[in-house]
Design a protein around this ligand. Structure first.
Ligand SMILES: [Zn+2]
Length: 131
């Protein structure tokens, strides 16, 4: 039975229970699991924080390019979807309640903007058709 030392936590472990990190260093099973969890947390954070930016981008785009209101509808749908996904337990765990509240407020504001944009567009179209 050969032993090896984990390059992350320094623990001596059986070589059959080691894996290689992305950097190619030998790490134990426990560290490997820790790193996987950290990567998952990073992904959750990136997706939660990236969403409002994506919705804002769609809203700005809809002002110059919005065939059949598709971009506005996508922005509104994105805001609703982002709002719903913030209820996810793993999001709350990773981001914390305060961050979730801020994100929720941001997403609601963006959703209202998208809704106003849609209403304004529909009213303008109706006006054109009636005149
Ligand atoms: Zn380790």
């Amino acid at each position: 039975m050969s032993q090896a030392q984990c390059t992350r936590c320094g623990q001596t472990v059986d070589i059959s229970q080691t894996t290689y990190s992305k950097q190619g260093t030998m790490i134990c099973d426990r560290c490997s699991r820790d790193l996987t969890v950290q990567r998952g947390d990073r992904n959750i954070r990136a997706s939660a924080l990236g969403r409002p930016g994506a919705i804002l981008g769609m809203l700005l785009l809809s002002l110059i390019f919005d065939p059949f209101l598709i971009v506005s509808i996508l922005a509104f749908g994105g805001a609703v979807e982002a709002y719903v996904s913030l209820d996810n337990a793993s999001y709350r765990q990773v981001l914390g309640d305060r961050r979730i509240r801020q994100l929720r407020a941001t997403v609601i504001a963006l959703g209202v903007l998208a809704a106003l944009r849609l209403i304004w567009a529909v009213v303008s179209i109706a006006r054109l058709m009636l005149s």
